[in-house]
Design a binder for this molecule. Sequence first.
Ligand code: TPP
Ligand code: MG
Length: 411
Amino acid sequence: MMKKIVSGTSASRRITSVETVKKMLFAQQSRFESKVYSFNIDKEKAFKFHLPTKHMEGINWEGPKSEVKLTKEELIAMYRMMALIRRFELVSDQQYKARNIRGFCHLYSGQEAICVGIEHATNRADSVITAYRDHGFQLCRGGSVESTMAEQLGRATGCSKGKGGSMHMYKIDQNFFGGNGIVGAQVPVGAGLAFAHSYLDRLNNKQTKDKNVTFALYGDGAANQGQIYEAFNMAKLWHIPVIFVCENNKYGMGTSMQRSSASTDYYTRGDFIPGIWVDGMDIIAVYEAARYAKEYSQQFGPIVLEPETYRYYGHSMSDPGISYRTRDEVNEVRNTRDPIARLKARMIEQGIATEDELKEIDNQVKEEVQQGTEKAIAAPLPPLHELVEDVMVGPHVVRGRTVDEMYSFSK
Ligand SMILES: Cc1ncc(C[n+]2csc(CCOP(=O)(O)OP(=O)(O)O)c2C)c(N)n1
Ligand SMILES: [Mg+2]
């Protein structure tokens, strides 16, 4: 029997409420009190804006705030998730080098503040779609370490049944639409997801503040593709609630942004839609920029967000990452701008957490990744019939390798 790729229809999808997700996330930290802490953002350093005044008539631009309030639970959850992603990627690197993970594999280390910051500014009814560097979002949207690692290892228990691998993680029940290998292709698809939100929200007479949005992410390399600008155009014409996020990690596939982009100010490249540049290594600034971008998008439609970040590993596992940049450059960023170390320092400095508390979280995360990886390794490979399932919606007859090798499927 052939099964659908997507589990459940939109009507039957189970969307975990923000409250439930927060409870789940914070369950382990329940002993921490919920005091609110204030963080001042140096707006001069953390943000830059592109405001095409000619196209902003009737738009009330408030911009991100310079003071952000967060509870200890929220900060711990942010720290924990960034540490989990960092550890997950370290073990992915080891598993790749041990030849247990095959094929393409793109690691997210260095960029964690982006997916975690966005995740804290959204709820799970908002959609997210990204490129192939997708492990971080899969974990943020509630994917377990076990199912995410199993996917990379090609196991039946993987989030895409072991058939997608590193580049094709999905969590449709939490509105994470992958994991896309064709550079830039996810951007118009993201505009489509946002169009669906605006359509359904209108049918349901939703209030502006309850409307759902889509975060569509792409890289600095992808930013030069024509389809990005086609998506910008349609989104602006139709006031689609989409946040186009250009994750600027300074390099494409072995090419620096200066060599590939005539303008590296990606936040200005929607000439008729506003843009925000944000320091992508500062999770509190990313969170606030994403929060405001969502608020803007709910009212006025598309906006561009450019978090400037850095990737520590090569483009993919087949790229050592030091032929087009120096080891010193990578180390300099790691030592001075690392997003996890920065949040840690701020939390300790403001007396929110002690070094020991954060160390304990690091140890928990290490254990979680270790156990999830062991379970993933022990899981079976997909059964043979999976090879031809999820290919087309049936009933169908699919030809095998020769004319007389036929497979027939029915729903
Ligand atoms: C349409 C298309 N062209 C080329 C490729 C090969 N390719 C894969 S990743 C990549 C570079 C993309 O760089 P960027 O958008 O900056 O993303 P990053 O890898 O830095 O996250 C290229 C050229 C592809 N997958 N799809
Ligand atoms: Mg890039």
